[in-house]
Design a protein around this ligand. Structure first.
Ligand SMILES: [Ca+2]
Length: 174
């Protein structure tokens, strides 16, 4: 057995060690989505964006989606990006869902992870259609199995967007 294969087999167990269970809720049940979601750390942006990477003008600002409580969201000017803290997910088909509004170009979402050899990867997950009113995104599923139990998601905006209340369905229990 090669070292690479041994590392690959060992990885899920290692990744799980840092993954405490977090509360799950049916956040998007009003939209007939019965999946159980977990809040992304600081993903409501009510006390800043601890652990997030906000780049090239992305910033927490006033305004909240009208569906959940709060008064702050992240503003994404054209060319900016926001990346979540590392999130523990199931290796099969984790899903991300959030609220957004924006104009111009669709808002693409990608997943960032490391493979068993420590190489970084970024793959497209999906995108949100522009709209001037706050709306839930579709559930955006990671296609293809991940090689890591810890991932980050990145929103990279080519036009003006706002995002708020970011959730993941880490176990595909829906
Ligand atoms: Ca908020």
């Amino acid at each position: 057995m090669t070292l690479a294969v041994m590392m690959l087999l060992a990885l899920p167990a290692l990744a799980r060690a840092d993954c405490p269970a977090l509360p799950l809720e049916r956040t998007f049940l009003p939209w007939l989505d019965t999946a159980w979601y977990e809040a992304v750390p600081a993903g409501s942006f009510e006390s800043g964006a601890a652990g997030w990477s906000l780049a090239r003008g992305a910033a927490v600002g006033d305004g909240n989606d009208p569906f959940l409580a709060g008064s702050h969201s992240v503003w994404l000017p054209a060319g900016s990006s926001a990346t979540t803290p590392p999130i523990c997910v199931d290796l099969a088909h984790p899903t991300i869902r959030f609220f957004a509004r924006g104009s111009g170009a669709p808002l693409p979402v990608s997943v960032l992870f490391r493979d068993a050899l420590g190489q970084s990867h970024e793959l497209p997950v999906g995108s949100v259609t522009p709209g001037s009113d706050w709306a839930p995104s579709l559930p955006l599923a990671v296609v293809g199995n991940l090689l890591s139990g810890q991932v980050s998601f990145r929103f990279a905006s080519a036009s003006t967007w706002q995002i708020d209340d970011v959730y993941v369905d880490p176990y595909s229990k829906g």
